[in-house]
Design a protein around this ligand. Structure first.
Ligand code: UGA
Length: 423
């Protein structure tokens, strides 16, 4: 098939490269010409496990990138993969969806071919019907009969997105017609996964609901962890026993500092605003966010209880990324922790295997190190904020500390004398 993907960010680039890997002809429309150039050279502008290999295999063959919409009229299938960031009040900002729809409408004007426009971006229910379809139809005028519309949410985890794309649990396709759904389904033909077909709005809601449910599991585990810690129980023992119930399952029950990243905080807030706009008070979702916001403060509180006044003390922070295997620090739980430590006058030394550069843009004034041992030398205390697997091997490095106070915000260390944020 001939596929155009609008947006060359995490979702767009992974989607485009994986569709090319499956044998389709793929064109990425990325307004940042620098990023488009990199893609054409087979160099991923972002880090994602396995992406470089796929780009090398497809770029210049059946994958190309450009910063204009020429050639989109040849596409059977057009995926909208632009960002939907938060507005100040937490509602989804749909301005990129609007501009992508306008550009697609203009690019397809006069085309006689049947095209299916598919929204992959995470958008509030009703967006495809009330924003994308009318904009495209107005720009196309009479030609609009030749267009189908679908909503096909992504469930890709950063750092594991290529594998998630190629081995999905399910493929959800909401469609304006059976014909439109058939075209999207055909694009995924080579993947072995159940296909769920729904209305456009239900597909949009499935994405928000999945992320909100996963975020709820995390906040639930954190609340149980906070209770367990008070009464001397290890929440990890508890959740092991709980997760083996097949109705619950063991995933996303890891208590700690809470959820960060570009999706959960943003999507749960957008769902809260959507509920409120429709006259609902989403008390559970608000608590999910509330628990998540409080969790980082707990590790600083424990630190204060252990070492007293933090002012002038050397605190080592291990882990800056919002989770392992990524250089992404968006909404990372390490940000509120570092901010609070700085407010208390701590001298911070930080190490992260991948995210030093990204964090330096947010906190230029702290000391960054390229290995854990250097960061730990002379430290009064150490806080572990990301679950990087390499931290599980740390042991002798802690001997370089002035005093051995180690507090984990993510359960990853294997050495002794460690206190957890909620275990
Ligand atoms: C999440 C979803 O998992 C994907 O399915 C979805 O496609 C994506 O959002 C999105 O909407 O685009 P992602 O944000 O990449 O993916 O990261 P996750 O692996 O889900 O982790 C999110 C946060 O939750 C991290 O900060 C992680 O440390 C935290 N977490 C995760 C916990 O605190 N405990 C857990 O048990 C699991």
């Amino acid at each position: 098939m001939n596929i155009s993907v609008i947006g060359g960010g995490y979702v767009g680039l992974v989607t485009a490269s994986c569709f090319a890997h499956l044998g389709h002809m793929v064109r990425v429309i990325e307004i940042d010409a620098g990023k488009a150039d990199l893609i054409n050279q087979g160099v991923p502008p972002i880090y994602e496990d396995g992406l470089e290999e796929i780009l090398k295999e497809t770029s210049g063959k059946n994958l190309s990138a450009q910063s204009h919409y020429k050639g989109v009229e040849d596409a059977d299938l057009i995926f909208i993969c632009v960002g939907t960031p938060s507005q100040d009040d937490g509602a989804a900002d749909l301005s990129y969806i609007v501009s992508a729809s306008e550009s697609i409408g203009a690019a397809l004007r006069g085309s006689k071919k049947y095209h299916v426009i598919t929204v992959k971006s995470t958008v509030p229910p009703g967006t495809t019907e009330s924003i994308v379809i009318p904009i495209v139809q107005e720009l196309l005028g009479d030609g609009s009969n030749g267009i189908g519309f679908c909503m096909n949410p992504e469930f890709l985890r950063e750092g594991r997105a290529v594998d998630d794309f190629l081995h999905p649990d399910r493929i959800v396709i909401g469609g304006s017609s059976a014909e439109a759904v058939r075209v999207v389904q055909e694009a995924y033909e080579k993947l072995d996964a159940p296909v769920i077909t729904t209305s456009l709005k239900a597909a949009e809601m499935i994405k928000y609901t999945s992320n909100a449910f996963l975020a709820t599991k995390i906040s639930f585990s954190n609340e149980i962890g906070n209770i367990c810690k008070k009464i001397g129980i290890n929440v990890y023992e508890v959740m092991k026993g709980v997760g083996l119930d097949h109705r619950i399952n063991p995933h996303f029950l890891n208590a700690g500092l809470g959820f960060g990243g570009s999706c959960f905080p943003k999507d749960v807030m957008a769902l809260i605003r959507l509920a409120e706009k429709n006259g609902e008070d989403p008390v559970l979702l608000k608590s999910v966010i509330d628990i998540n916001e409080r969790q980082p403060g707990r590790i600083v509180q424990i630190l204060k209880e252990r070492i007293g006044d933090i002012r002038g003390k050397k605190i080592t922070v291990l882990g800056l990324a919002f989770k392992d295997n990524t250089d992404d620090v968006r909404d990372s739980r390490s940000i509120p922790v570092i901010s609070e430590l700085l407010e208390h006058g701590a001298v911070i030394s930080a190490y992260d295997p991948m995210a030093l550069e990204s964090m330096e843009k947010i906190f230029p004034g702290i000391n960054y190190h390229t290995n854990a041992g250097d960061a730990l030398t002379g430290a009064d205390a150490c806080l572990v904020l990301t679950d990087w697997p390499e931290f599980s091997k740390l042991n002798d490095e802690f001997n370089m500390m002035k005093s051995r106070v180690i507090i984990e915000g993510r359960k990853i260390l294997s050495c002794s004398d460690i206190e957890g944020v909620c275990w």
